[in-house]
Design a binder for this molecule. Structure first.
Ligand SMILES: [Fe+2]
Length: 363
């Protein structure tokens, strides 16, 4: 029997859009392998496509696209923000404003490229024998739900020349600049597995992060990493974050507050985790190399554009008030079985524990 809420809920404009695209819509809190995720033929742009509705929300979503060898997609432009991550293969994207010269950006596996808002863009596979697969992290779902008019979203003549003009020759080639602690502005990163990060001890020992502001977008991104033999503390926040594993190996634990049955998702490059509202999540490195993640998030967290709202919960609140909501569980306060499971895992794999065992007074 349908739950009561199902009786009055209707499909969203985003869900209807995906249906009209003839594409699959993947749901849940994680997808274990974006590289082999089944995609459907995409009449609108060519290639193959699938969409996500992960974390039970429609603020941020992924559009997974494959282009056949020497193939190309039809050009498009749209009133939603989009950042492309290259899962496999190599190719190029041509970007332009209406009536202006085109710029070509060549990319290969692990590149990250921002598509400026409503600029034309067209993707090409430059390999003659391998398909290429890319993931667009977008706020498409939110924008389509807001305006529910695809003509407005995909056929809007407004040019955001404050964000991008083809006359800005070095827009995609210059290295970018650090704006603040853990905040970097750039429009193209050729290989995010080599991108320099800042230390982030608040989230765990030997953990680092860099938030990214790309193409003046409101959509937030960051790259985070935890070193071999360590894991990050469990934390929770609003829904919409999509965390892609881009290097290393490990696993993710997902659990609701107080829940003993934790879901475990293997983390290998091409896995994605997207926790639901208030779902605790925690990354564990079980490999010999750093475990590196790329996260797409909704507006506010890592943009240089303020939102008038604090997205950083008061992590010390629980020290002042025992009834305060807990956003992050410290190593010392987590269920001891969490670290025990991790230590066993490292022992089985012959990996050296770099995080001192908690019962040895690690502090
Ligand atoms: Fe998170």
């Amino acid at each position: 029997m349908a739950k009561k809420s199902d009786e009055w809920q209707v499909s969203s404009s985003y869900q209807q859009f995906v249906k009209d695209e003839g594409a699959p819509l993947y749901e849940g809190s994680a997808l274990e392998d974006l590289a082999t995720l089944p995609l459907f033929d995409w009449e609108r742009r060519g290639g193959k496509v699938a969409y996500t509705r992960l974390g039970n929300q429609e603020k941020v979503n992924l559009q997974v696209v494959e282009i056949r060898p020497r193939g190309e997609l039809k050009p498009e432009h749209h009133i939603y923000e989009s950042v492309m991550y290259v899962l496999q293969g190599r190719g190029a994207t041509v970007i332009w404003q209406e009536g202006e010269p085109k710029q070509t950006i060549e990319w290969e596996k692990n590149a990250l490229l921002a598509i400026p808002l409503n600029a034309w863009h067209q993707e090409f596979n430059s390999s003659s024998d391998e398909p290429c697969r890319v993931v667009f992290g977008t706020n498409m779902a939110h924008v389509i739900d807001l305006y529910h008019n695809t003509d407005f979203v995909f056929n809007n003549p407004f040019a955001f020349k404050d964000r991008y003009s083809s006359s800005w020759q070095r827009y995609f080639s210059e290295a970018g600049k650090q704006l603040n602690l853990r905040l970097f502005e750039t429009n193209f990163i050729p290989d995010i597995t080599r991108f320099n990060l800042d230390p982030y001890p608040e989230r765990g020992r030997r953990t680092s992060v860099m938030r990214l502001c790309m193409a003046s977008a409101s959509l937030s991104l960051h790259i985070a990493e935890t070193s071999p033999g360590t894991y990050m503390t469990a934390h929770k926040h609003g829904p919409g974050a999509h965390v892609l594993c881009v290097g290393g190996e490990g696993y993710e634990l997902l659990f609701m507050p107080g829940e003993k049955n934790r879901r475990r998702v293997p983390l290998n490059p091409t896995a994605v985790v997207s926790p639901q509202l208030n779902e605790y999540h925690q990354h564990f490195n079980t490999g010999k190399t750093p475990l590196r993640m790329l996260a797409f998030k909704e507006q506010g967290y890592s943009s240089k554009y303020g939102t008038g709202k604090s997205y950083q919960p008061d992590l010390s609140a629980q020290d002042k008030d025992p009834n305060a909501e807990i956003y992050q569980i410290s190593y010392e306060n987590e269920d001891p079985e969490i670290s025990a499971e991790y230590y066993r895992e490292l022992e089985n794999k012959g990996i050296t524990l770099r995080l001192p065992p908690l019962n040895q007074g690690s502090g």
